[in-house]
Design a binder for this molecule. Structure first.
Ligand SMILES: Cc1ncc(C[n+]2csc(CCOP(=O)(O)OP(=O)(O)O)c2C)c(N)n1
Ligand SMILES: [Mg+2]
Length: 276
């Protein structure tokens, strides 16, 4: 896909996120919007996956470690054909499998997540298993920045570096906010890039809401051998919706009808030159 087509796809996924949260009256909207461009890049361009064969031993693996931001993920799984689009309407409803955090009942989901801090450890295990079996698949793990307060992440980082897991791509959604305020007030993280480099990762810091730059960052990292990689993605929580951007109130929130309509208007339709 072209960059323009991917940008339009991200717009379409954002619309899906808004509708899902509006209709279900539940969801983590700010963080779902901040990582939407990264998820789109991964599932439509970077990863080697086949929705018809979700258990293919050679597939690339994806772990949504910040499991609360599941809405974009579900919309992508439906768009790609892992699940039926009609099922999206059951999000967060009684007896659905599309609960508020990913679970492995859903094709395309590798790991139950939601309790923060565990995704990278499991992703390390998948990456190490790939090395032991001499397979070429890659493992991608998307973490939150508030999530960096979990000690298990740093234990996993040591492991990845120790075993030279160059098939592991961690992505850090650096939207600078967590559930109750700015990360630098709740649990200071900086200098974050230096920390990941000190743990032995090859780090690319990039505007995580700029599709072209995200793609180029993955491209550069793919050429690096012998060490694990991290994309430090500077993003905006609530990206794309003026009244949500950088506003901690929208970590978890539902929209009333006027807000929903305004949000859809602001997103607009796909641009010309690349229908999604
Ligand atoms: C172990 C654990 N502790 C607490 C929570 C509650 N919780 C849900 S989201 C969240 C904040 C996460 O912030 P961040 O990682 O920055 O996510 P984002 O900004 O991308 O939404 C917290 C503390 C949790 N899900 N898991
Ligand atoms: Mg955050």
């Amino acid at each position: 896909m072209t960059v323009k087509e991917l940008e339009n796809k991200a717009k379409e996924i954002r619309r899906g996120i808004l509708t899902m949260i509006y209709e279900s009256e539940a969801g983590h909207i700010g963080g779902a919007l901040s990582c939407c461009d990264i998820l789109t890049a991964l599932f439509y361009q970077i990863m080697n996956t086949d929705p018809g064969k979700p258990k293919d031993p050679d597939r690339d693996r994806f772990v949504l470690s910040k499991g609360h931001c599941v809405e974009g993920y579900y919309n992508i799984l439906a768009d790609k054909g892992y699940i039926r689009k009609e099922e999206l309407k059951t999000f967060s409803q009684f007896q659905t499998r599309l609960i508020g955090h990913p679970n492995r009942e859903i094709p395309g989901v590798e790991m139950n997540t939601g309790a923060l801090g565990h995704g990278l450890s499991s992703a390390c295990g998948m990456a190490k298993a790939g090395k032991m079996q001499k397979k070429d698949y890659r493992v991608y793990c998307l973490m939150g920045d508030g999530e960096q307060a979990e000690g298990s992440i740093w234990e996993a980082a040591m492991f990845a570096s120790n075993y030279r897991l160059d098939n592991l791509y961690a992505i850090l959604d650096r939207n600078t906010l967590q559930i109750s305020g700015p990360t630098e007030q709740v649990m200071k993280l900086e200098p974050l890039k230096d920390k990941w480099q000190a743990f032995g990762f090859e780090v690319e810091q990039v505007d995580g809401n700029d599709m072209d730059k995200v793609l180029k960052a993955f491209d550069r990292l793919q050429k690096v051998n012998g060490k694990p990689k991290l994309i430090l993605a500077d993003t905006v929580k609530g990206k794309g919706i003026s009244f949500m951007e950088n506003n901690v109130k929208w970590h978890h929130g539902t929209l009333n009808q006027a807000e929903y309509e305004q949000a859809l208007r602001e997103l607009g339709k796909p641009d010309k030159g690349g229908e999604a």
